[in-house]
Design a protein around this ligand. Sequence first.
Ligand code: GUN
Ligand code: ZN
Length: 411
Amino acid sequence: MIEGGDIVWSGQFGEEPKDITSGAVRHDYGDDLILPGFIDGHAHYPQTGVIASFGTQLLEWLEKYTFPEESLFSDLNYAREKASLFLDLLLSNGTTTAAVYCTVHRESAEAFFEEATSRNLRMIAGKVLMDRNAPLTVMDTALSGYEDTKSLIEKWHGRGRNLYAVTPRFAPTSTPEQLEACGALISEFDDVYLQTHVAENLDEIKWVADLFPNAASYQDVYAHYKMIGPRSLYGHAIHMDDADLAMAAETQTKFVHCPTSNLFMGSGLFDLNRVWKAGIDVMLGCDVGGGTSLSPFATMKAAYEIAQQAGFSLTPEVAFWLSTAGGAETLSLGDKIGRLEPGYEADIVVLNLKSTPIIQQRVERAESLRDILFAQMILADDRAIRAVYTSGNRIKAKQKITNGRDREQAR
Ligand code: GUN
Ligand code: ZN
């Protein structure tokens, strides 16, 4: 039962209290599975256009494909169109909350928050900060990055359902002054997030060691600038030593596992079991456009396959939990989203469990919910998304998604 954007009751069909059902409209999905909307911990909305770019690892990929595309987001209209497309694609894959990187341009963040607001979505996002080692078209300065971020926080953080993340791209593209400014911002505004990348690629790690010779490790650079803590989201975190993990656990710093990206870019294999044993909260991220799909099923599948390489089988219950309630907890939003319980925001996805002939055949042999969910995470895609609700409103994500201008029709 949904009222005013929130869930007011949940339970078995037929057991709903009569007093709250009078006058209600019923949406019947038969045997479909109703879940909380999926939650993604790491995505770059401006990179949807460079998804599936051939033949490079991280540093060359940034230079060759990513920075040229991101340079276009100084144009507010271009940014609006791409933000709109990204959000429609996200919703058509059943994802209702994400932690999203914009570009260095203030406009890119304005556009994203405007589009998220018009759909009433709970989104976390921020303008990227980068003031060195990149083309001029995608750089700010330590001062302008700080000031733009501060005014974006003041404008957007907590406005409607929007939340802000201070977003330095990664240590190599920020001067020490800029990293210091990032640390200052998260201490000035104590409930904003910080998101960045760490220890993704071996050449990147060598570069960081050259740029910050006094740091004990890549993670230690961020620790030095007071950028770690319970609201800090570190993407990738593949090549971490035991001291890094102990530091992250102690400070409740969060990791975002981006499995399709790590495979696609040849970055390495994140050791989920090791990170969990160290006591660190983890969630999953699609990392588009380094990642290869916006579908949470594709992300779960790649996480399963990578875990298998280490002899560890990621169960479907845990994979779906990571993408819903667990992800919400990692984002410190565990009391607002990620569960179908009274008091939670009504972000809901309805899954058709037999969305293709091969899934249908597989599900007909399944003997448990675990097995049905496992078939989805290995085989399903956006065709399984029957309906999506955000803040209680049904979004007809099944229909054709074209571009920003057609959004009203598409919905
Ligand atoms: N490291 C710095 N920037 C990026 C990015 O855009 N994508 C990925 N995957 N890693 C990064
Ligand atoms: Zn990323």
